[in-house]
Design a protein around this ligand. Structure first.
Ligand code: NAD
Length: 502
């Protein structure tokens, strides 16, 4: 099956506005639905990373970007947003083809990309400091938010353009200069977005990009002594490596890591809407989503009926070519990840759980060249089962029943992760009480996998450190600087000279 709708492409690094060829071997990307070659990227070794960081360092230390007025930075970011808006279809196709995500889903993400850049532009324009005017006679102080410096932005493969847009425009709005490292599986949209940033007039040295593998390019970049702040999105395992390197170098870090969200459905919820959202939350992006509602917790009194309906609706999902407008579920990112996800499916079969739908790899005609897994629902899952506890990052939903709100909260929090959770109820008191007790950076009430650029996003526990997007996202790239100004004499304890004041 061929789902490729763009020409194969070959990219180099983009350093100081110039295409720089690889100093290491090159990387090949194949369409995960067909195995066709779609892209070839450069692979940065130490030399390329040094060049990119040096370009960002010069642009920060001596270049115009950190010194532009907020209004000017905002104007250039708005121009960037407008160019990305014009290229949305192309960028959506690149992400669809390299991730294997359905084109309809990729298009929605590109709208989000534009919205983030526009929102970050508004922050660049309106960001302000603080002032203290009642400290003492003749003594005032103000604090400004100053950019941290060179920001390394490391992006995973599941939402390539969107996650880049959750970092890059906020870093730029703050006045930082950047080096981007996209995923080795999905680098094309990032390369093309960087070109658009330059075309918009954002200084070349403010936006640099190196492509390559994590343990080489990513590790070199995130531990580079001339990088001031690392914004990383990826697995918890890699996040720990990035955190230890940053700890050694004493850099600021933001870590957006794994998740295992609970989707809690109370009996008094609008069960029709909740059923649609349960399917959407579990299977969007083939389940390769950090906030996917991978644990469905259903109140026992409605569980049989509700879960049967979720399974019925899941069976209507169309698995197929990401380029097909009607496709709901595409292939997984690569063969190794397919094996990992199938390992969890096997673990589910071997436990006391029952796969009420799916539960296998799909190799029907048209799917045999890709990494397709049937959307799978396990019922009768024990909370101690691996499929309930661990992040599978595939289309596998685990269902557990609960009795009351206390039980739901206990099960919801029974994971090392704390990125997002959702709950469905028609009782406002339940909504407030349960959302307050679920430990995660986000709790959705009567919605799921939702958001807006103004709303800070991030995790607790093993899901990460810091918050991305919104005003808090901008502040991840700044630190406050306090200026204290005394305009009159201050009585000092010494030197003790007659009339000794300063
Ligand atoms: P990953 O950790 O393998 O890779 C993420 C990025 O880090 C890639 O660019 C990779 O090349 C790079 N990398 C790998 N090893 C590195 C190292 N030692 N030093 C520096 N960089 C390194 O993750 P992935 O497989 O690309 O993405 C899936 C994971 O990302 C899942 O766990 C998912 O939950 C998580 N994720 C989290 C969020 C969030 O916002 N919290 C969003 C999307 C994905």
């Amino acid at each position: 099956m061929s789902s490729t709708t763009t020409e194969p492409r070959r990219y180099d690094h983009l350093i100081d506005g110039t295409s720089v060829p690889s100093d290491a071997d090159r990387l090949i990307r194949r369409d995960p639905s067909s195995g066709q070659l779609v892209a070839e990227y450069a692979h940065a070794g130490q030399g390329d990373v040094d060049l990119a960081v040096a370009a960002a360092r010069r642009a920060f230390d001596d270049g115009p970007w950190p010194r532009l007025s907020g209004a000017d930075r905002a104007r250039l970011l708005r121009r960037f947003a407008s160019l990305v808006d014009g290229a949305r279809e192309r960028l959506a196709r690149l992400d669809s083809e390299e991730v294997g995500k359905p084109i309809s889903i990729a298009r929605g993400e590109l709208q989000g990309v534009v919205a983030h850049i526009e929102y970050a532009a508004s922050l660049a324009h309106t960001e302000r400091g603080d002032a203290w005017t009642t400290l003492d006679t003749d003594f005032v102080a103000y604090a400004s938010q100053v950019p941290l410096g060179v920001a390394a932005l490391v992006v995973p493969w599941n939402f390539p353009a969107l996650i880049l847009a959750q970092k890059l425009p906020y870093a730029l709005a703050a006045g930082c200069t950047t080096v981007i490292k996209p995923s080795e599986f999905t680098s094309s949209s990032a390369v093309e977005m960087v070109r658009l940033a330059h075309e918009a007039g954002i200084p070349a040295g403010a936006v640099n990009l190196v492509t390559g593998l994590g343990p080489t390019t990513g590790q070199t970049l995130t531990s580079h002594p001339d990088v001031d702040v690392v914004s990383f999105t990826g697995s918890t395992q890699t996040g720990r490596l990035v955190a230890s390197a940053a700890g050694h170098n004493l850099k600021r870090i933001g870590l957006e890591l794994g998740g295992k969200a609970a989707n809690v459905v109370f009996a008094d919820a609008d069960l029709d809407r909740a059923a649609d959202a349960a399917v959407y939350a579990a299977f969007i992006n083939q389940g390769e989503c950090c906030v996917s509602g991978a644990r469905l917790l259903v109140q026992r009194s409605v569980a049989d009926e509700f879960v049967a309906e979720v399974a019925r609706r899941t069976r209507t999902l169309r698995v197929g070519s990401p380029a097909d407008e009607a496709t709901d579920i595409g292939p997984l990112i690569h063969g190794e990840h397919l094996e990992r996800v199938l390992g969890y499916v096997t673990a589910g079969h071997e436990s006391d759980a029952t796969a009420i739908t799916g539960g296998e790899r799909l190799t029907d005609d048209g799917l045999d060249d890709g990494w397709f897994v049937a959307p799978t629902i396990f019922t009768g899952v024990a909370p101690t089962d691996r499929i309930f506890q661990e992040e599978i990052f595939g289309p596998v939903l685990s269902v557990v029943e609960f009795d009351d709100a206390d039980d739901a909260v206990r099960l919801g929090n029974d994971t090392v992760y704390g990125l997002a959770n959702a709950l469905w109820t028609s009782d406002i008191a339940t909504a407030h009480r349960v959302s307050a007790r679920l430990r995660s950076g986000t709790v959705w009430v009567n919605t799921n996998v939702d958001g807006a650029p103004a709303l800070a996003f991030g995790g607790t526990k093993d899901s990460g450190i810091g918050r991305e997007v919104g005003h808090e996202g901008l502040r991840e790239f700044t630190e406050s600087k306090t200026i204290q100004i005394r305009s009159g004499n201050r009585q000092l304890p010494f030197p003790r000279r007659t009339g000794g004041t300063a």
